[in-house]
Design a protein around this ligand. Structure first.
Ligand code: UDP
Ligand code: MG
Length: 254
C-alpha cells in the first residue's frame, strides 16, 4: 500500500487541486493507496476545503504545531509500506510519485527529491546551498537538496522515529545515521501560485540548532566527552592567560 502524506496550514486555494492531482497519479498505479492530510490548524477555510475531498484521512491538530509535527503525526498513522511526503502548496508535483516509488524499489530506504530547477527567490536558493553543504559536513550525507519536501520512504525505516522542531528536513540524515540506504532523484518544482510561504529567516536558525541535535542524538555517542574536550581547551586558554597576566604583572611591578 502507498501512503501519501501532506501537512496543511493555510492552503485553502491549494488543497483541492493538490488532492485531485495526487488522486489522478495514484489511481494509475494499480495499487491500494491512502491520502493523509495533516491539518495543522489554519486561519482560513482550509479545513472546510479538506472536508470536501474523498478519499482522504484527515488528522486535525487543535493548534498550529508546525510542519515537522504534522509530518510526524502523518507517519504515525500511515499504513502503507511506502510513504510519500509532499507539500500542500502545489510546489511539488505529484507526477513525480511513480518515479520516486520505482527508485525506492530499486533497493533504497529513502529517496529524496532534488529541485534542480528550483522556483524560489535567489536568497532562499543561496541559503539552501549553504545549508546543504553544512548538513553534508556535519552528518556525512551528501544530498543536493535536503529541504525538498517530496520524498519517498520505506515505512519500516520510519518506525521508532520521533520528529520535533524543524527536524523533518534532516529525516534522511537521521535514517542514514541509523543505517538506511538513501539516494536522491531530480523532481519538478513549481513557483507558489496561491497563499504564502511560512518560511522565514528564524526557521533557518532553528534548522541549524536541529542539525546539531540530530548530530548529537544519532551520531555523537558521548556528548559529555565532546563538551569536556571543549572545556579542556578553554581551561588551557584561561590558564595561559592567567600565567601571562602574572608574568606581565611581575615584570611591571618588580
Ligand atoms: N505547513 C504546516 N504548518 C506550518 C507551516 C507550514 O503544516 O506551520 C505546511 C504548509 O501548508 C505546506 C508545507 O508545510 O504544505 C510547507 O510550507 P511552506 O510552503 O510555507 O514552506 P516552504 O515550502 O516555503 O519552505
Ligand atoms: Mg512551499
Amino acid at each position: 500500500m502507498i501512503s501519501v502524506v501532506f501537512p496543511v496550514y493555510n492552503e485553502e486555494e491549494n488543497v483541492g487541486k493538490l488532492h485531485a492531482a495526487i488522486k489522478r497519479v495514484v489511481d494509475g498505479l494499480g495499487e491500494p493507496y491512502e491520502i493523509i492530510a495533516v491539518y495543522d490548524d489554519s486561519t482560513d477555510n482550509t479545513l472546510f476545503e479538506l472536508k470536501k475531498l474523498s478519499p482522504v484521512k484527515i488528522v486535525v491538530f487543535a493548534k498550529n504545531r508546525g510542519q515537522t509535527s504534522a509530518l510526524d503525526a502523518g507517519f504515525k498513522i500511515a499504513k502503507g509500506d511506502v510513504v510519500i511526503t509532499l507539500d500542500a502548496d502545489l510546489q511539488n508535483d505529484p507526477q513525480d510519485i511513480p518515479r520516486l516509488i520505482k527508485k525506492l524499489r530499486e533497493g533504497y530506504d529513502v529517496v529524496s527529491g532534488w529541485r534542480r530547477d528550483r522556483h524560489d527567490d535567489w536568497g532562499r536558493k543561496v541559503l539552501s546551498r549553504s545549508a546543504n553543504w553544512l548538513t553534508w559536513k556535519v552528518t556525512g550525507l551528501y544530498l543536493h537538496d535536503h529541504a525538498c519536501a517530496i520524498k519517498a520512504y520505506k515505512k519500516s525505516v520510519l518506525v521508532g522515529v520521533n520528529l520535533y522542531g524543524e527536524m523533518h528536513v534532516f529525516l534522511p540524515c537521521i535514517l542514514y545515521l541509523r543505517g538506511a540506504k538513501v539516494t536522491e532523484l531530480e523532481v519538478t518544482h513549481h513557483a507558489r501560485a496561491h497563499g504564502f510561504s511560512k518560511h522565514n529567516f528564524l526557521k533557518a536558525v532553528k534548522d541549524i540548532s536541529d542539525l546539531m541535535v540530530v548530530k548529537f542524538i544519532f551520531s555523537v555517542k558521548r556528548p559529555l566527552l565532546l563538551f569536556s574536550l571543549v572545556a579542556v581547551v578553554f581551561w588551557s586558554l584561561s590558564l595561559i592567560s592567567l600565567a601571562a597576566a602574572v608574568i606581565v604583572g611581575w615584570v611591571i611591578y618588580s
